[in-house]
Design a protein around this ligand. Structure first.
Ligand SMILES: Nc1ncnc2c1ncn2[C@@H]1O[C@H](COP(=O)(O)OP(=O)(O)O)[C@@H](O)[C@H]1O
Ligand SMILES: [Mg+2]
Length: 261
């Protein structure tokens, strides 16, 4: 791997809130066009880390480079411009209840592009097909299952064709089977479209084998960043302990019927 394979680089990020040191020297390289899962226990600073990447929070020390540009130094329109690279899907999905599925997906295009309505409609139609939502265009979010709502959220996040998609615990509120289905769709969509994907997740063992890289945030630092295979083979006592504690026996997910298909 060389410098040019990375689309985001976090270098020695420190961040405190009052006397609480949340990030204490985070180093992390995000490989372009791959999926990186950032995991760690609740309260370890995963969401704070994502906010640094988006330039929503500035580090006390260190640099956040997005395509080589230090986003933590940007302000105003330059920051806005840098943020157009990102699509974001947070916990609650935040669909608009009073809008149909079609209008929810069309929203970013109508607000932030100058596409004529006919082209908006064509794009939304393609997104509906991709997410298996063709029959739901005129439905309202409340009429959909949780998994379908997440798919609408993903379709909407993809409308502006972001280079980088950030997901913060996007399956919160779904049962484990549905979560797994949603993640499988996220990974399949990423493979198809080739964007860089960063997923924060606190403990969903089954997504591990779907990821390209897994970063473990612990006590303010990225303690390990490796492929799922490397993680499972690792002899690092911290990694072994993490796997047993967080993933339990499910870490050998091939035996649990979960693979890369
Ligand atoms: N804006 C803020 N002001 C004060 N404390 C914050 C702020 N944002 C996050 N924190 C604190 O930082 C810690 C890490 O938060 P967070 O990144 O949300 O954890 P995670 O996403 O890993 O569960 C928590 O203790 C949280 O209370
Ligand atoms: Mg969080």
């Amino acid at each position: 791997m060389t410098q040019s394979d990375f689309c985001i680089q976090l270098k020695d990020i420190h961040k405190s809130f009052g006397s609480q040191k949340v990030l204490r020297g985070v180093d992390l390289d995000i490989v372009r066009g791959a999926t990186t899962v950032i995991c760690g226990e609740s309260g370890q600073g995963k969401s704070v880390l994502l906010k640094h990447i988006l330039g929503l929070v500035r580090p006390d020390r260190g640099e956040v480079l997005v395509e080589g540009e230090n986003i933590s130094r940007l302000k105003g329109s330059a920051l806005k411009q840098a943020r157009t690279r990102f699509g974001v899907l947070f916990q609650g999905v935040a669909l608009f209840d009073s809008m149909t599925v079609f209008d929810n997906i069309a929203l970013p295009l109508r607000e932030r592009s100058r596409l004529p309505e006919k082209e908006v409609a064509a794009k939304v139609k393609r997104a509906l097909e991709m997410m298996d939502l063709e029959g739901s265009a005129e439905k309202f979010p409340a009429q959909l299952s949780g998994g379908m709502q997440k798919r609408v959220g993903l379709a909407r996040a993809l409308q502006l064709e972001p280079d980088i998609l950030l997901f913060d615990e996007p399956t919160t509120g779904l049962d484990p089977v549905k979560s797994h289905d949603v993640y499988k769709l996220f990974f399949a969509t990423q493979k198809k479209l080739g964007y860089t994907s960063i997923i924060v997740s606190h403990d969903i063992p089954k997504i591990f084998n779907l990821a390209d890289h897994i970063a473990i945030l612990h006590e303010g630092r990225v303690r390990a960043c490796m492929t799922p295979a490397e993680l499972q083979r690792s002899r690092d006592p911290f990694v072994r302990n993490f796997i047993v504690r967080v993933m339990g026996s499910a870490h050998n997910s091939k035996q649990n019927g979960c693979d890369n298909q």
